[in-house]
Design a protein around this ligand. Sequence first.
Ligand code: SF4
Length: 493
Amino acid sequence: MRSRKGDTTHFPMGRSLLDKVWELHSVRPLDSGQTQLFIGLHLIHEVTSPQAFAMLREAGLPVAFPERTFATVDHIIPTTSQARPLADPQAETMMSALEKSCREHGIRFFGPETGHQGIVHVIGPELGLTQPGMTIACGDSHTSTHGAFGALALGIGTSQVRDVLASQCLAIDRPRARRIEVTGKLRPGVYAKDVILHIIRRLGVKGGVGFAYEYAGPVFAAMSMEERMTVCNMSIEGGARLGYVNPDATTIEYLRGREFAPTGDAFERASRWWLSIASDPDATYDDVVTIDAAAIGPTVTWGINPGQAIGVDEAVPSPGAFPGDERPTVVDAYEYMGWHEGDRIAGTRIDVAFIGSCTNGRLSDLREAARIAERGKVRSGVRALVVPGSQEVARAAEAEGLDRVFREAGFEWRLPGCSMCLAMNPDKLKGREICASSSNRNFKGRQGSPAGRTLLMSPAMVAAAAIRGEVTDVRELIGGDRHVRELSGGDRG
Ligand code: SF4
């Protein structure tokens, strides 16, 4: 038995974080083979909650645990003016409906007037709501972000949002565990975004189906919490049900002093427990994948899913290079994106640059992008947007003068929200525009134009593309002589 002084829970050795947290939250096995899982934290937003609240009303049910439920507005909110009523009547209707539901059910709502509004996966961690060992659910695919803290964080659909509102439980299949170890040290100019794009490229967009990804090894251990969030955020793009990093001293220091984190002795007790739920050294996994950090370079997507990615110094692969069953998707991507055999990704002209989203809209992302932005001006003809992930990120960035750096370089400095990640607000691509984007999905039409084209990359790479007007190896701008951590000065976010 593991025995750490002050621990309140003891686990037999040889267990992963997935084993421990799953067991602690299992209410009972269901006849279907699924587990009834208790959800510690439910985050809601304006898009997937209205129907769920309507179903609750129809059934005459209250919200079971309003004190475990928190709301914000992110997808539809404009980034130019958030004055009420919102300019788009449909957006105003959705926001008003969420406000009303929160009032009716006693749910805390982080609207713009609170100073805590932002993308749901940005505000949960920065408020200290997201904590290790929790089960977390949200009606959004990228809920996996919260796994960076050693939580089991699940993106759910509207009917499941209803279930969690009504019962604080989910009926869910237990995933298998795959440990992904990245060994060695990242090379200069290689960021967390490159790591996860490389993983998805290697394992495929369906490679994680049925799995929880445990990210382990020296590269993740050395990452800041914000970098870990970038990695966990895109677990879902690799098909995994969730992704997590084991809690450690970095996790604890990030949470210390946050608004909803425990304080005083309670924080110290919680910290000991958080460390105890990390995977044991002799934990067993259904699969283990090892990747050498030296093999990872600045990475860019060329296709219509995040697995269609290459190093910035590579040519777009020929459809003939893929196995027969993958070829139709590759040909589709080739035609949609307009590639020709032998095209290289570097030098691809862009029309729009977007820095933001729950993947890369945090303070450290903006710092890295600003360090590139201050080396030039946005190329004539390129529309460049910086959208902070939350009001707190915006305040911190403005206090450091990052907004001024971006504005002077020719970027637009916007108000917080999802913005052009999904383009449910007015921030949209037009026609066949090509966007260098720090977001997480490059699906057809994702950024608001049915013909729009998205190239996913790190925020620093987006800033480089904005300045040069074309996909650029960021190492040319940073001289390739300093590591991201030295550039950023560590995790101050
Ligand atoms: S930023 Fe994009 S992926 Fe993240 S919550 Fe918003 S729409 Fe979803």
